[in-house]
Design a protein around this ligand. Structure first.
Ligand code: HEM
Length: 912
């Protein structure tokens, strides 16, 4: 009776327990409309449907019945499984923000002491550690010894180690992990280990055990039933013991680093972490503490070792099975690298077959088939379901890598998946291998960095209510009085970091030239260029085009007719044109821009134009009109709200139309050049570009093609026309207001050049005052006051903030040019700003009319030459007649946007 009673009691408890579990499962499901899936059992969930050793295969199998998005219960936990390329991409790429967090995985949680380190963490902790790790790794890679060098060195050690086996059969497992791990060790700990080092071998053994343990049935069981398994003995416990040993090793290393740390000269990742710990020691919620250091180092060490070495091991096994593939790789190595030098990463683009095999190995081996769990950061409607915040999501990388829509033979090893019909390497959208598991976490999640403070933005309009749209620059400068030299300003919804004042501009554009060299958003021109020219090119394309343009323009300047000759000749045409005014008032706008433009035309198209040529005048009008519109209120509105403004009628739409017309003209010239090209005798910039396209035809990474030729030519034509024309126009308006300056320049001309010969560049060094006047005109007129927007090319720590790659930067170069700490009286026109006490020419570092750093104006040298020769030639030949009191002349700009536009005026020139 007693036994019966006890059994009945136990039964009741069990039924109650199961009931409770069932209620919990139902409650969890009720939170949203989760995708369907197999019916879970109380407590066990869908455990019985999963084959212990190959959980991922069971999950793929289930997707055949339940579709590419379904719910499975791991124990009582509902988990959404994503099972093909399109769905995984839609989740991780298109909805990266929502699907971005790390899901709960009991093993990972315990191994990371409750979510420390990069892999297991979330929220602010994850952000801080991820950003720090990325930046530090990248900096070490770019430092004295690049990551490539470290890998090459390690590859040499590995090859030597294999040679020592003298052709005897060996298990390559530890050979690979020793080499791969050493690359990480050299970055993280500052040195590599000898392959015989006992401590190192023990460490790798523990790492291998950890990795195997995580992938074993026991590891899976722990993930599904952590509470129960945590109390049971079994092999899963060795995972934690192995992790403890590795953690101890890392702690020891950290302590050794502490003892020898020199904060001014960090040697490796750990040193940088220690410095950061020191810097943040008083920050209450910092993630930079011992636990963070140990776990982050463990993540890099573990993830960086096992993933790559397993892929290598698997790769060799595949080659053993496919001797034909090995043979083709050998042939490619012999023809591209040969046997006398070490392979380098540049060889890769010339070895499409090997590159394809390596990609195919990664695809086929599929070493982290289930990915790592993600977690929803907010409720989301996805594929017709509403999945609540906090749900764990498994992006099944295996289903992506074996998606038949992406790969013709998903379950065969076939390098053809990555080769096109011409034998070139072909990217494949379904390629999301081991990097997706680790790197995806590191790279796909968008983050907005830790930006400097700034005015509070409103939805949609951002900070536009805090500025005058018709005087954007002044408003931005004004805001810096409150928020300091660097602050965040929202152009609509786009955060933009504004830089104000010489010091910070120098620190960004010059000291961090590489990082700040990206091109930011500038919709007016971007719409036309689409990233194809120099002005709007980025990365390798921009580098190739800029290098080519600089060299070609220089070569033309050094060829049969030097640049100087071209400028001097043009100056005479200009004088002849101005003489036609016979001392009467006339508008010099088109005269100045014709002269500036003709220099560019002679370089780019091989000829100059007559000043009355209607086609030429129409081109000048298109450029001048666009420049004015970009600097108008309409232009500013387009700058701030590009998407909306493109739909709204208004004068700003003419900018794009003007560009199309300019482009059509340039296209006509390209065609003419092509038809008459003699490759041995290039006549101009376009001929050189055509030759270059031909020469680089076989290079897959070349950026020389028709589109880039068209856009680059338009860029140079536009940038070289209006800028010089505007500066001349502004300059003569300033001279009208300052007769004393005109007089002194003419005195210097008479003394150095006289009246009987034409000015030349040799005169410049002897004409200190004139030189100072031209610099001061460039400074005061400040014709491109906010430069052209930049972006940062990679995440960067800057003045205590983290600026994420791609962030828009507005370098207000006007604030350097008007910086009161650098110029005595910045708001006045005063050539003394460029003269020292001995009346010698004095450079000023805050002069940034042409901007600074890697994006500095490409035409600065040419522009300086044009300005000197045009100014001196005009003032040698004419005197300015003033028909009004100079004091009443207003030399403030009529409008400020992309350009500072001088007020319209007429000139009266009297021959001297
Ligand atoms: C007074 C005359 C000129 C001034 C004040 C001026 C100013 C500037 C400024 C401020 C920039 C933006 C730099 C940046 O992004 O930070 C720029 C870019 C540029 N300028 Fe000039 N410029 C002048 C003349 C010229 C001339 C004559 C040419 C013709 C060769 C030219 C070609 C370019 C090009 C191609 C760029 C884009 C460079 C790039 O993105 O890498 N400029 N200029």
């Amino acid at each position: 009776m007693e036994i019966l009673g006890a059994t009945a009691g136990l039964l009741v408890i069990c039924v109650l327990f199961l009931l409770l579990n069932t209620i919990q499962v139902i409650q969890r499901q009720g939170k949203g409309k989760l995708p369907p899936g197999p019916t879970p059992l109380p407590f066990l969930g869908n455990f019985l449907q999963l084959k212990g050793k190959e959980v991922f295969k069971s999950l793929l199998e289930l997707s055949k019945k339940y579709g590419p998005v379904y719910t499975i219960h791991l124990g009582m936990e509902p988990v959404v499984v994503l099972c093909n390329c399109d769905i995984v991409k839609e989740a991780l790429n298109d909805n990266g923000e929502e699907f971005g967090a790390r899901g709960y995985m009991p093993l990972l949680d315990k191994m990371s002491h409750g979510g420390h380190g990069v892999i297991a963490s979330n929220g602010e902790r994850w952000k801080q550690l991820r950003r720090f790790s990325l930046i530090t790794l990248r900096n070490f890679g770019m430092g004295k010894r690049s990551i490539e060098e470290r890998i090459q060195e390690e590859a040499r050690f590995l090859a030597k180690e294999f040679k020592n086996t003298k052709g005897q059969p060996v298990d390559p497992t530890f050979y690979f992990s020793k080499a791969v791990s050493n690359v990480i060790c050299s970055i993280v700990f500052g040195d590599r280990f000898e392959y015989e080092d006992k401590e190192y071998l023990r460490l790798l053994d523990f790492l291998n055990q950890t990795f195997r343990g995580v992938s074993s049935v026991w590891g899976q069981l722990y993930n599904i039933f952590p509470k129960v398994m945590g109390k049971l003995p079994g092999p899963h416990n060795t995972i934690f013991q192995s992790v403890d040993v590795i953690h101890e090793f890392i702690k020891k290393r950290i302590n050794m680093h502490k003892e020898t740390l020199d904060p001014s000269s960090p040697r490796d990742f750990l040193d940088c972490f220690l410095i950061k710990m020191q810097q943040e020691k008083d920050v209450p919620q910092t993630e930079f503490h011992m636990l963070g250091a140990v776990n982050t180092t463990f993540d890099l060490f573990g993830a960086g070792t096992e993933t790559v070495s397993t892929t290598l091991r698997y790769g060799l096994l595949i080659l053993l099975k496919h001797p034909d593939i090995e043979e083709r790789i050998h042939k490619e190595i012999d023809s591209i690298i040969g046997r006398n030098r070490a392979p380098c990463i540049e060889d890769r683009s010339r070895m499409p077959y090997t590159d394809a095999v390596i990609h195919e190995i990664q695809r086929f081996t599929d070493i982290i088939p289930m990915g790592l769990p993600h977690k929803l950061t907010r409720d989301i409607h996805f594929q017709g379901y509403s999945i609540p915040k906090g749900t764990t999501v498994y992006p099944m990388l295996s289903s992506v890598l074996h998606d038949p829509k992406q790969f013709k033979y998903p379950y065969s090893f076939n390098p053809g998946h990555f080769i096109d019909e011409n034998g070139k390497f072909r990217k494949n959208d379904g390629f999301m291998p081991f990097s997706s598991a680790f790197m995806l976490i590191l790279s796909k999640k968008k983050h907005h960095g830790r930006l400097p403070p700034g005015p509070m933005p409103l939805p949609f309009i951002g900070n536009m209510h805090q500025v005058k749209i018709n005087d954007l620059i002044k408003s931005l400068v004004h805001l810096s009085k409150k928020y300091g030299p660097m602050y965040t300003f929202h152009l609509g919804s786009r955060p933009t970091v504004v830089l104000c004042g010489y010091d910070i501009l120098k620190e960004a554009l010059i000291d961090h030239a590489e990082e700040f060299s990206g091109r930011g958003e500038f919709p007016a021109v971007q719409m036309y260029s689409k990233g194809n020219g120099i002005v709007y090119g980025t990365g390798e394309r921009w580098r190739q085009l800029r290098r080519f343009a600089i060299t070609t323009l220089k070569n033309f300047g050094m060829g049969k007719r030097s640049l100087e000759e071209r400028v001097k000749e043009e100056a005479q045409y200009l004088i002849a044109e101005f003489r036609k005014s016979e001392g009467k008032l006339f508008d010099p706008t088109f005269g100045f821009s014709s002269a500036g433009s003709n220099i560019i035309c002679s370089l780019v198209f091989g000829n100059r134009f007559d000043y009355r040529d209607p086609e030429f005048l129409n081109l000048l009008y298109l450029i001048n009109n666009s420049w004015h519109l970009m600097s108008s209120t309409w232009g500013q509105l387009l700058f701030v709200f590009p998407k909306i403004m493109q739909l709204i009628p208004g004068p700003h739409r003419k900018i794009y139309k003007n560009y199309l017309k300019l482009g059509a003209y340039v296209a006509k010239r390209l065609k003419m050049n092509k038809e008459t090209l003699d490759p041995n005798n290039p006549r101009d910039f376009i001929d050189c570009f055509l030759n270059k396209i031909q020469q680089e035809k076989k290079h897959t990474d070349s950026h020389f093609n028709y589109e880039t030729m068209l856009k680059t030519t338009v860029n140079v034509f536009f940038a070289g026309t209006e800028t010089v024309g505007s500066t001349l126009r502004y300059g003569f308006l300033i001279l009208l207001k300052h007769p004393e300056v005109e007089e002194k320049v003419q005195g210097e001309i008479d003394k150095v050049i006289g009246r009987n010969r034409n000015p030349c560049m040799d005169d410049r060094s002897k004409m200190v005052y004139t030189e100072a006047v031209i610099y001061e005109i460039l400074r005061f007129a400040d014709i491109v006051p906010m430069s052209v927007p930049h972006t940062v090319t990679r995440d960067i720590e800057f003045r205590g903030y983290t600026l994420p790659k791609g962030l828009n930067i507005m370098p207000l170069i006007c604030t350097a040019q008007y910086d009161a700490t650098k110029f005595k009286n910045p708001s006045s026109f005063d050539p003394a700003h460029f003269l020292d006490e001995n009346m010698e020419f004095k450079k000023n570092e805050a002069f940034m009319a042409f901007s600074a750093g890697k994006r500095i104006c490409l035409g600065e040298g040419l522009a300086q030459m044009e300005l000197f020769i045009f100014f001196t030639t005009i003032l040698q030949n004419f005197k300015l007649k003033r028909l009004m009191d100079p004091k009443s002349i207003d030399i403030t700009p009529e409008s400020s946007g992309l350009g500072n536009i001088p007020r319209p005026y007429k000139l009266c020139l009297i021959p001297r």
